[in-house]
Design a protein around this ligand. Structure first.
Ligand code: CO
Length: 192
């Protein structure tokens, strides 16, 4: 498992709801948490590790010792949004890129935990922002889509550089052709 960078096709491939929460899912969650902490991220969504599933992990503290801040969300949906606030965001699939994004100030999210129990969380401030950013990933939406016009403009060069790096990696055979990745994603979806 590794974190893919923009413009890897998995990032635009919506995740499929998980129908069983079994040992396989628990293993994936453990690996995703390890990767997230290693990369010092606040959240990680399954499409970022080339898994087309409705699954995300987060910890707004980014601190593996603060396990009580950790969240595992399976098949999450946003039930309610309130207010609006702009804040700086980054993304593990865009290393080094930051930009301002407007989000709801407070969200209420319903999801399943690893025991298959449904739970509701109302999150605000940073936690609310991280949840909205990660849930967007599950639909194939990225924070560059939601940046304000100023942030978008200043991100343009960095985005083009990600595109060039990705193309180069494909030319060198470090990343398979997009068509192969799409086939892999469809095969993984069938096993959800
Ligand atoms: Co992200």
């Amino acid at each position: 498992m590794k974190i893919v960078h923009y413009p890897h096709p998995s990032l635009r491939h919506p995740g499929r709801p998980l129908t069983a929460i079994d040992k396989k899912v628990r293993l994936l969650v453990g690996e995703m948490l390890d990767l997230m902490y290693e990369a010092k991220g606040l959240g990680l969504a399954a499409p970022q590790v080339c898994l087309p599933y409705q699954l995300l992990v987060m910890n707004a503290s980014a601190d593996p010792d603060q396990r009580d801040q950790e969240g595992i969300y399976i098949n999450p949906v946003i039930l309610e949004r309130h207010g609006s606030v702009e804040g700086e965001e980054g993304c593990l699939s865009f290393p080094g890129l930051y930009g301002k994004v407007r989000r709801a100030k407070t969200v209420t999210v319903r999801a399943y935990d690893l025991q298959g129990r449904s739970f509701d969380v109302t999150a605000t401030e940073l936690k609310g922002r991280v949840l909205q950013h990660e849930i967007d990933h599950l639909q194939g939406d990225l924070f560059i889509d939601k940046m304000g016009s100023v942030a978008k403009l200043s991100a343009r060069g960095a985005i083009q550089e990600f595109e060039r790096d990705y193309q180069k990696a494909q030319e060198h055979g470090d990343i398979p052709p997009d068509k192969e990745i799409e086939q892999l994603l469809v095969a993984l979806e069938a096993g959800a």
